[in-house]
Design a binder for this molecule. Structure first.
Ligand SMILES: *Cc1c(COP(=O)(O)O)cnc(C)c1O
Length: 246
């Protein structure tokens, strides 16, 4: 076994054990939670090895990196978890399974138009900024949720599957619990306002530092990078240097 494979196997086992523990504590089934491996710290080879270990969902934060890695590993289910510029929609649609980070009505409209042009359906999550940090992307909860429901109602090619949020960085992981609970609450309020054929159950929340709390609060997708790719040194990308310590 290569050293990369050895390291990734160990990291994955540790992450899986933590996911399983959190599910058990919350009385949820492991099958309700999808692990999305965020690959922004990893090179293509490390991504390929992790995919080979059975992680079928891979995520990227930058569209160009997504295109590059998805071309190299086309059998993975690719998720875009970072900001999508409108001029990158056309090349992103054909390779992406789920866009987690739709953060404006303008972007929604542009996705609807391009998906129509390409004759595709596209599944997305709406990103909400609930932690009040100015620099981040995302809808704020404030502009009426019923107004949003009206917009979503006229989409034909874009299918909203749920909501996403990023919690504020904090030393104490318990600080993020209200943010995750607020996203779940938002979903519960949005759901009855949408067309009946809409299924908006998904909650994408939780990263290396806070995914256990996210699972306890109802996450269906956790986006984990650092905890999976750490310890690869020069072989797998930035490894321990990148992202927050876990
Ligand atoms: C990088 C990133 C992650 C993964 O973060 P880690 O702390 O490394 O697990 C998750 N979501 C988004 C949007 C990211 O950009």
């Amino acid at each position: 076994m290569s050293q990369v494979e050895d390291t990734l196997k160990r990291n994955l086992a540790e992450v899986e054990a933590r996911i399983a523990d959190a599910c058990r504590r919350a009385g949820r089934s492991r099958a309700e939670v999808t692990l999305v491996a965020v690959t922004k710290y990893a090179d293509v080879e490390a991504c390929r090895v992790l995919h080979g270990l059975g992680v079928s969902d891979l995520g990227e934060s930058r569209p160009q990196e997504l295109w590059r890695k998805a071309a190299a590993i086309p059998h993975a289910r690719w998720h875009l978890v970072g900001h999508l510029q409108r001029n990158k929609i056309d090349r992103t649609l054909p390779v992406v399974q789920l866009v987690h980070s739709v953060d404006s009505l303008r972007l929604l409209d542009a996705l609807e138009a391009e998906a129509g042009k390409q004759g595709r359906k596209i599944e997305v999550l709406l990103e909400f900024n609930l932690s009040g940090e100015g620099a981040k992307h995302g809808f704020f909860a404030a502009p009426g949720i019923s107004e949003l429901a009206a917009v979503l109602d006229r989409l034909r090619h874009v299918r909203i599957r749920g909501l996403m949020t990023m919690a504020a960085l904090s030393k104490d992981p318990e600080d993020v619990r209200p943010t995750f609970a607020a996203l779940r609450d938002l979903r519960d309020r949005l759901e009855p306002m949408l067309r009946e054929d809409y299924d908006v159950r998904h909650l994408s929340m939780g990263m290396t530092n806070d995914f256990e709390i996210a699972i306890e609060e109802g996450a269906t997708l956790v986006r984990i990078g650092t905890a999976l790719f750490r310890g690869l040194g020069g072989l797998g990308g930035l490894g321990d240097l990148a992202g927050a310590p876990g």
